[in-house]
Design a protein around this ligand. Structure first.
Ligand code: PAF
Length: 277
């Protein structure tokens, strides 16, 4: 596995990779969720490259940029074992140098759901992903369904820019209690992770009610709120039942695809999860 620390090295590696190139962008602290995306890239492409870059522009000043879990040596070891072709680990100076084009993708979708609490977030994400796409020049990219809104916005950005990149999505991977794997789980003890799985169980309560024919969104949201209130350390950021294309809240569930998504603070740790109905 080639370890590429500079843009120049990455571009030169890309020139030598003749065939399809699957790219998995990450911020490191790799877990089972990331590895499932790597496996998808490997299955679909001749070459697989992962990037590790904790992107400052997607964090606000009050967020956890400085304490975001970083375990580079462990990540490199894990990726070597996955037998991927290359890992790109650029520095902040290289990605955000003065000469670089700070393009970001603007869409009304960025102001909804996650964007309400994190107004800066999708500006930063689309900025770094656009830069990484230009450097890595992949034929395929793999994004996880846990970050549903990110996935939807990147898909739209690719289409908007008439890029030929094929986006493949990977299912959310969960621990045995149902908690979605996330780098931020590293902030929680094993006991807390078990408690945090209540978020997924409460989403599944909504799913069971939907399966039983319930269509009233407000009632479904109320049941979710009641369910997560059983964990005192939780603070609900949002529970949303939205049209998957516009991300606008819907009051009555109809046959179109619906995104049921939530963000919950467990003490200071912000956890997100969702399912599509
Ligand atoms: O999903 C993530 O880990 C990040 O938002 C991404 C896509 C790597 C951009 O920094």
């Amino acid at each position: 596995m080639k370890i590429l620390y500079s843009i120049e090295e990455c571009i030169s590696w890309r020139k030598s990779a003749l065939g399809s190139v699957g790219f998995v962008p990450t911020m490191g602290a790799l877990h089972q969720g990331h590895l499932s995306l790597v496996k998808i890239a490997k299955k679909n492409c001749d070459y697989t490259i992962v990037s590790i870059f904790i992107n400052p522009t997607q964090f606000s000043e009050s967020e956890d940029f400085s304490s975001y879990p970083s375990m580079l040596d462990k990540d490199i070891k894990i990726l070597k074992e996955e037998l991927i072709d290359a890992v790109f680990i650029p520095s902040e100076n290289e990605i955000y140098n003065k000469k670089s084009d700070d393009y970001f993708y603007e869409t009304p979708l960025s102001n909804k759901l996650e964007g309400i609490t994190r107004p800066h977030f999708f500006k930063g994400v689309t900025m770094v992903v656009y830069k990484l796409f230009n450097i890595v020049n992949p034929t395929h990219v793999v994004f996880g369904e846990k970050d549903a809104q990110q996935l939807i916005i990147i898909k739209q950005m690719i289409k908007h820019n008439k890029s030929s990149i094929t986006l493949i999505s990977g299912k959310t991977i969960r621990n045995k209690h149902g908690l979605a794997h996330s780098s931020r789980n590293a902030y929680l003890s094993v006991k807390e992770q078990k408690e945090a799985s209540k978020i997924f169980q409460s989403l599944m309560l909504i799913k069971r009610l939907l399966d039983g024919g319930e269509q009233n969104s407000q009632l479904l949201k109320n049941e979710f709120v009641k369910s997560i209130e059983s964990i005192a350390a939780f603070k609900l950021d949002y529970i949303s039942i939205a049209d998957i294309e516009t991300l606008d809240e819907i009051s009555k569930i109809h046959k179109k695809k619906t995104l049921v998504s939530t963000a919950v603070f467990f003490k200071e740790v912000r956890l997100i999860d969702n399912f599509i109905y």
